[in-house]
Design a protein around this ligand. Sequence first.
Ligand SMILES: Cc1cc2nc3c(=O)[nH]c(=O)nc-3n(C[C@H](O)[C@H](O)[C@H](O)COP(=O)(O)O)c2cc1C
Length: 315
Amino acid sequence: MKFCKIKVSSPFFLAPMAAITNLPFRILCKKYGSGLGFTEMVNSTHISRKPEIIETLRELRTCKEEKPICLQLVGNDAKEFAAATRLLEKKFEMININAGCPATNETKLGSGAALLRKPEKIVEIVHAVKESTKKPVSVKIRLGWQKNNSPEICKLIEKAGADAIIVHARLAGQGYSGKADWSALAFLVKNSGIPIVVNGDIVDAKSAIDCLEKTRAEFAMIGRGAMQNPLVFKEISEFQKGKEWKASPAERLAVFEEYFGLCEKFGSADEANLKIIAMQFSKGSQGARQLREKIMKAKTSGEIRNAINEFGKKE
Ligand SMILES: Cc1cc2nc3c(=O)[nH]c(=O)nc-3n(C[C@H](O)[C@H](O)[C@H](O)COP(=O)(O)O)c2cc1C
């Protein structure tokens, strides 16, 4: 299967998630069936002004095992996006422009979802990035800032020459409240000449298939569902084969051991991140409150690992 000329093994992609989708996490999701991975967002201003940070920036680490992989850039200036793209594009199969992050630290700079208020700026950025690489370029948006103007924005992005658009079906002002509006996605899919990757509230195999059916999209992206359960990609592929398999809480906890191993292998096992991931994977386990308390109190990565392993044996 091809997505913008990139060979992908599944139409379900892992969403970019800051502080979550580091290299070990992406490898894990790829192993369980994610078709395409996205880096955490990388600041194009920092890259263009201080290219020497490229060598040390953890977010830019990638490897063969996780291919294909898309780099997500965030920023507010077309020239900086272009410079960052030229410096980094060789390592990635696609470049993605973040025009959907609602976090105030980005929007106050005119970056992320703030770009939805200035669609002409998104057009300028798409032109600049397209001129800087031969690799496919996508844009990730929300439905709008305070009201849904995604049909107009998507038309502009398509006309500017982008190869695909990823749409999280909420307004920037909504944060994560309310339900993702899949009917708005269906409208975009129907009226777009380029692939629309649908995103928002896919949490398991049923919602994944349901979302593709309701929106008639070919590709979808999964964020929080994968953050709590990388096995969601396997659940979907099994479902497509006619088998209804759901990872048990114990199986989800067992994945932490794999994550831990990958973090050690790639030298990125910091306690804060391990705690976040351990908390996520333990959601839904019986008696997880005590486990969480143990995780929070843990002082070393070994203690976090032991807490999960001991608890997992009881599950
Ligand atoms: C912890 C977290 C971090 C995120 N970081 C990013 C990011 O860096 N770039 C981005 O485009 N979206 C980011 N998102 C949004 C997700 O990519 C996705 O659009 C959103 O979670 C909706 O999909 P879901 O319902 O499957 O979670 C983040 C979401 C979460 C929960």
